[in-house]
Design a protein around this ligand. Structure first.
Ligand SMILES: [Zn+2]
Length: 277
């Protein structure tokens, strides 16, 4: 199964996500376009990237394929379609749709930024069987990359540490987070980020869950960590406010349905409140 297809090879059950500058084009409020909606453009769509295959509803014997592509400016103008951002899917809370559209956006972003070989500068071409591009000149292969991050909730009995990042426009309080650096284990990153961002020592660092986060291509690894010592000293450049909050009196925080941060906070809060009964 090739990972890149042409528009003319689309089947009636296939669905296509169309992107322009990171935004999704809509057909009658849906992000999924069908072959019949794209008739006059099928010839032009020569880079449809396979995103997912799922069992089609009521057709268990066959799979429905989902593709993604970037549209040209000419096509954009001719379609004259409404669009929506990927982030709006987060707020809408549709986990499955976000997973498909987020993966699609990451694939397109990776492909678009690997047109040329980083080692020798020659143009790359798509691998015939794998999700990769190859440089024929120096034989290098380039695969899509994700960037691992940790996200950590620091706990102290009935209290949790939440912080507001300077870049958040929402005013939400959330967990601390940071990218894993070269040479670090995820646990190393937890200790380093907490020391850098709020100046605290922790132990009993334990993994809870993970989540793909397509802004643009992170894998969030969620942890709990127990407070050991230190006073909160927020890192000025990043943290607007950081404080201990009692689990019965929390500020507004991200939804647990869509973000691992919300899941960590809601999970810990529920376990403490259950303990009290
Ligand atoms: Zn090369």
């Amino acid at each position: 199964m090739p990972f890149i297809l042409s528009g003319v090879d689309l089947g009636d059950d296939d669905r296509v996500l169309l992107f322009h500058k990171g935004r999704l084009l809509l057909y009658a409020e849906s992000v999924f376009w069908q072959r019949q909606h794209l008739q006059s453009w099928l010839e032009e769509l020569n880079e449809l990237h396979l995103v997912a295959e799922k069992l089609a509803v009521r057709k268990v014997e066959r799979k429905q394929r989902f593709f993604a592509t970037t549209v040209s400016t000419a096509m954009l103008e001719a379609l004259n379609a409404q669009d929506r951002s990927l982030r709006s899917l987060v707020l809408a809370g549709d986990e499955e749709l976000l997973a498909t559209a987020g993966k699609a956006n990451q694939i397109l972003d990776w492909y678009q930024s690997h047109r040329f070989c980083g080692a020798c500068g020659e143009p790359t071409e798509a691998h015939p069987r794998e999700r990769a591009v190859i440089c024929r000149h120096c034989e290098r292969h380039y695969f899509p990359r994700i960037n691992p991050c940790v996200i950590v909730l620091i706990t102290r009995g009935d209290e949790i540490l939440l912080a507001r990042n300077k870049r958040y426009r929402s005013g939400y309080y959330s967990c601390l987070a940071g990218f894993i650096e070269i040479g670090e284990s995820a646990e190393d990153t937890v200790h380093r980020e907490i020391m850098e961002e709020v100046g605290l020592r922790v132990d009993n660092v334990r993994y809870v869950t993970s989540q793909s986060w397509p802004f643009p291509s992170q894998l969030m690894l969620g942890y709990y960590a127990d407070y050991v010592s230190g006073e909160i000293v927020p890192e000025e450049a990043e943290i607007e406010d950081a404080a201990w909050f009692d689990v019965r009196q929390l500020p507004s925080y991200p939804s647990s349905q869509i973000s691992v941060a919300g899941e960590l906070i809601a999970g810990y809060t529920a376990s403490r409140l259950a303990n009290r009964r």
